[in-house]
Design a protein around this ligand. Structure first.
Ligand code: UDP
Length: 456
């Protein structure tokens, strides 16, 4: 394999919404400390950069800004996906400019484009630049597969009258036997197939086989069949996680930030007693469901930590916070990885975002699933019927009684004990993957080789 040389200059093209950019920065920190002679230019919007923890970066990472596609004086209407659409339409042009400016800044041509997988146009960009293209898929092999085979799924299921096919499975794709049409992300065969978002994902699926490597933050043992299939479809496919279990140094990891002292609170609770609730950085269930969650918590008396965006707190029932002052805390942000690793946490009530799901596995915590968008449906399905480490919320949405029943099932009943022992086994496998000679450690080396090589 190629030795890192001072000639290699890697441009990182980050997707500035949701949880993509912090994860990509985390991976960049790890690559940069493993290859101190390679220069990494991290390109991201000013807004997304301002939400990242950028102090204490290794000296071979330089942070740059890319334009967000919103022209001067334009007022966002607040339409869903508007910021995304403006960004993605302008992204090919804006990233070309940002890469050129990073090159002239340091006087070195970019040898590798390491991009969010959404950026299908990086295939052409890399070819023009005679650089390698490495793509980061910010979710799991299940959703990757759904986007890779979108045309095949559309051919098999049809695109117009899918309502009658919701229960059909995707058994014609290796590893997808237990997933149903209704679990697939919007834009594959269900929902609006013509939106800018669906179009981006469709083009991505067509472009990724041309990438020199595709990587995810999963570990191979979690989805062996899907992983092997993706290895056969892509030039190289690396699973390098879970990041939550990788060893860290101050240079490779953001320090734990706990502005609302949720860790101090959870440390005072009994083993596996606490329900942790969060729906990620993007989604929140509708107000009626937030009320049902609150009522369910009150009537079950289960201790809880609830990460809830500040703007949603007014939707809680009147007097809820006062009445539950002893029972739990509602705060706008928690150090989730640490909470899920703490022995007091007994169940995670989640939207099934890929990072959150993997962090729950890394902590050995069973889940109650309320999928919201994108890959959430596939992940929730896997949690319930493939890995058997949790359950779907009864009725598909939160009701007080359904939620109380789920809490009892996971925290008290035999079903829950089975989920707990299954998730402990997965956690053990995840630990193996990130220890010496483990699959993720070997995959990281493979990824590093592709990223720092100057073969092109
Ligand atoms: N997260 C956190 N504290 C919170 C809420 C979320 O640290 O209070 C982190 C969580 O650990 C995870 C990420 O935000 O790494 C959410 O990513 P995920 O892929 O689960 O969902 P998304 O936000 O993309 O929907």
């Amino acid at each position: 394999s190629e030795q890192p040389t001072t000639d290699s200059h890697v441009a990182i093209l980050a997707f500035p919404f949701g949880s993509h950019s912090p994860v990509l920065l985390d991976v960049t920190r790890r690559l940069a400390s493993a290859s101190p002679t390679t220069l990494f230019s991290f390109l991201n919007t000013a807004k997304s950069n301002s939400s990242l923890f950028l102090s204490d970066l290794p000296s071979n990472i330089r942070v740059h800004e890319v334009a967000d596609g919103v022209s001067e004086g334009y007022v966002l209407s607040g339409r869903p996906h508007e910021a995304f659409e403006l960004f993605i339409v302008a992204a090919p042009e804006n990233f070309r400019k940002a890469v050129a400016s990073a090159e002239s800044d340091v006087g070195k041509k970019v040898t590798c484009l390491l991009t969010d997988a959404f950026f299908w146009f990086a295939s052409d960009m890399a070819a023009e630049m005679k650089a390698t293209w490495v793509a980061f898929w910010a979710a799991g092999p299940n959703s990757m597969t759904a986007h890779l085979y979108t045309d095949r799924i559309r051919d098999a299921i049809g695109v117009n009258e899918v309502d009658g096919c919701m229960e059909e499975t995707l058994g014609f794709i290796p590893g997808m036997e237990k997933y149903r049409v209704k679990d697939t992300p919007d834009g594959v065969v269900v929902g609006n197939l013509d939106s800018a978002f669906s179009d981006t994902l469709h083009r991505m699926g067509l472009a990724l086989p041309r990438a020199d490597a595709v990587f995810v933050t999963s570990f191979e043992e979690l989805d062996p069949t899907l992983t092997n299939n993706l290895k056969s479809e892509f030039k190289r496919f690396f699973s390098i996680g879970p990041l939550a279990l990788l060893s860290s140094t101050s240079q490779t990891e953001t320090p734990v930030q706990d502005p609302y002292n949720s860790l101090a609170w959870i440390k005072k609770q009994g083993t596996a007693s606490v329900a942790y609730i969060s729906f990620g950085t993007v989604m929140t269930p509708p107000p009626g469901e937030l009320v049902a969650i609150a009522e369910g918590l009150e009537s079950s008396n289960v201790p809880f930590v609830w990460s809830l965006k500040e703007k949603n707190m007014v939707q809680l029932p009147k007097g809820f916070l006062e009445r539950t002052r002893e029972q739990g805390i509602v705060v706008p942000w928690v150090p989730q990885v640490e909470l899920l690793k703490h022995e007091s946490t007994g169940v995670y009530v989640t939207h099934c975002g890929w990072n959150s799901m993997l962090e729950s596995v890394s902590g050995g915590v069973p889940m109650i699933c309320r999928p919201c968008i994108g890959d959430n449906g596939l992940n929730g399905r896997a949690v319930e019927v493939i890995w058997e480490i949790g359950m779907m919320i009864i009725g598909g949405v939160f009701t007080r009684d359904g939620f109380v029943k789920c809490l009892d099932q996971v925290l008290v009943q035999d079903d829950g004990k089975k989920m707990k022992s299954n998730v402990e086994k997965l956690r053990e496998q995840a630990h193996q993957a990130v220890s010496a000679k483990g699959s993720s450690v070997e995959n990281f080396k493979g990824l590093l080789d592709v990223v720092v090589s100057t073969l092109n």
